[in-house]
Structure formats: C-alpha cells, structure tokens
Design a binder for this molecule. Structure first.
Ligand code: SAM
Length: 248
C-alpha cells in the first residue's frame, strides 16, 4: 500500500460482485433465516431498515467468536436481526429487543415465533426510557444499537453507566461488545460535500432520521474511540459498523 487509504472497490459493479462473493464465502445461515429475510423484503415497505444477509453472517460469526449467550438489540423493527442473534446464541441463549413501534414489536414477536425462535422477547417502548430502567439478571455479552441515530450517544452513555466494574448487576459484561449500525450513514458523517452522491439521495428528514443526526453519529464514533473504557474499531463496510469492546 503506497498511502494509508483503504480503497474498498473501484466502482459499484465490482463492489456488488465482491459483496456477492463474500456472501457465498461466509458462514452459512439456516434456511429459516434466509426465508425470514426474504419475508421482510417481500412484505415490508421499509425493508431497507433491516440488515443484509452478509451483515447477518458477520454478526453471527462475531457472536460465536465471543461465545455470546445473551444479546440486547436496540431497534428491533420486525425482528429479523433478533432472529440472527437468536440463531447465533442457540436455544439455551436469549435475546431481548427494544422497539418503539407497537406494530413492529407485534410483528417481530409473531415472526420470530413463526420462524422457530422462542428464545426472544420484545419490549415495546421508547428505548431512551426503557434502557435506563432495564433490569437484567445476567449481563449481556453483546448490545447492538440500531434504533434512531440521534439516540446513539445517549444509548452509549447509559450502557457505560449501567455496566460499572464490580456492580452486582450490570448491563454489559466485561469484554462485552457494543455495536452501532449505520455509524457512517452513507458516508455523510465523513463527507457532506458534492463529492458524496448521498448528499443528493439521502432525504433531509424522515420519521427516524434527520441530517442533524450526522452530528450524533460523529459524537458516538468519537466517544467510542476516545473513551478509556472502550477499545474501538470502525468498520467501513455496510453502512459503517462501529464496534467497541468494554474493557472493565
Ligand atoms: C433500522 S430499524 C432496525 C432494523 C433491525 N435491527 C433489523 O436489522 O432488522 C430501526 C428501528 O428502530 C426503531 N426505533 C426508532 N426509535 C426508537 C426508540 N426511541 N426506541 C426504540 N426503537 C426505536 C424503529 O421503529 C425501527 O423499527
């Protein structure tokens, strides 16, 4: 490498081929998860909310690598990524998902069961209020943040506050993972100039998103990187996956 730059792929065509190749060359997912994903694509107007199958493979691989048995997801939508965690932790593990929308929460509960995952529970409510009051008997091994982007810094603060070393009950275990999806948001966090086509294609304001949220994602990434209790890695694939390991 002549300069310190990780150029991912030269153009979209090559990137698509590489993504499909990586998909075929990565950890297998059970048919039931493939069908669940297809159900989301076929039935949900906001199917773009859900993670890709390649990201599902990465999350499965990570969960297995850290021996995760308990996963908390913030922003469950219709439950597909909860199903991914449920498959990864196995029937003796458990997954809790927080979801604001009563309709999505109900669909998530229904579809998780329909696809054979009975080790999941969905808590309906505003995760900004639910997370600080969540009582967990055992700490989680992984917390996956995938709700409204403006909430990421607050979710991170709460996780750290509620995971104090030596506390009788803590949210995340020592060595546990904090994962933040969409940490780069179509690269808008890094580049909002005309060079970035997302400045023309990403809407300024939707139900769960406004351009001002870029600042909150940037704050999340900065705190993940600079906090002395976290070792961070920001992966520039998918829509940016912020990853942090809790050190104490
Ligand atoms: C990107 S989607 C999650 C996708 C899901 N993790 C998946 O991969 O299938 C974000 C979800 O967060 C939910 N959400 C937004 N704000 C929330 C909040 N304050 N508390 C809980 N859920 C919230 C939205 O209703 C939406 O379903």
């Amino acid at each position: 490498m002549r300069e310190n730059c990780t150029t991912l792929y030269p153009n979209d065509k090559v990137a698509r081929k590489v993504s499909e190749y990586a998909d075929r060359s990565s950890i297998d997912l059970p048919d039931t998860l493939i069908k669940y994903h297809q159900w989301v694509l076929d039935t949900q107007p906001r199917s773009y909310f859900t993670i890709s199958l390649l990201e599902a493979r990465l999350l499965t691989w990570m969960a297995r690598t850290v021996g995760a048995k308990r996963v908390l997801e913030i922003g469950a939508f219709v439950g597909f990524s909860m199903g991914v965690w449920a498959n990864a932790v196995g029937p003796k593990g458990s997954v809790i998902g927080l979801e604001f929308s009563p309709e999505y929460a109900a669909l998530a509960r229904e579809q998780l069961l329909k696809h054979g995952y009975d080790n999941c529970s969905v808590v309906q409510g505003n995760a900004l209020e639910v997370l600080p009051t969540l009582e967990s008997e055992e700490p989680f091994d992984i917390i996956f943040i995938d709700a409204q982007k403006s909430g990421y810094p607050a979710y991170l603060r709460t996780i750290l506050d509620k995971s104090q070393p030596g506390a009788a009950r803590r949210l995340l275990r020592r060595g546990g993972l904090i994962l933040g999806d969409n940490a780069l948001r179509s690269a808008l966090v890094v580049d909002q100039s005309d060079d970035n086509p997302a400045t023309r294609t990403v809407p300024k304001q939707t139900e769960n998103w406004s351009w001002g949220d870029v600042e909150h994602l940037d704050e999340f990434n900065r705190v993940m990187h600079s906090h002395d209790r976290i070792e961070a890695m920001l992966l520039p694939v998918f829509d940016g996956l912020g990853m942090g390991r809790l050190l104490d």
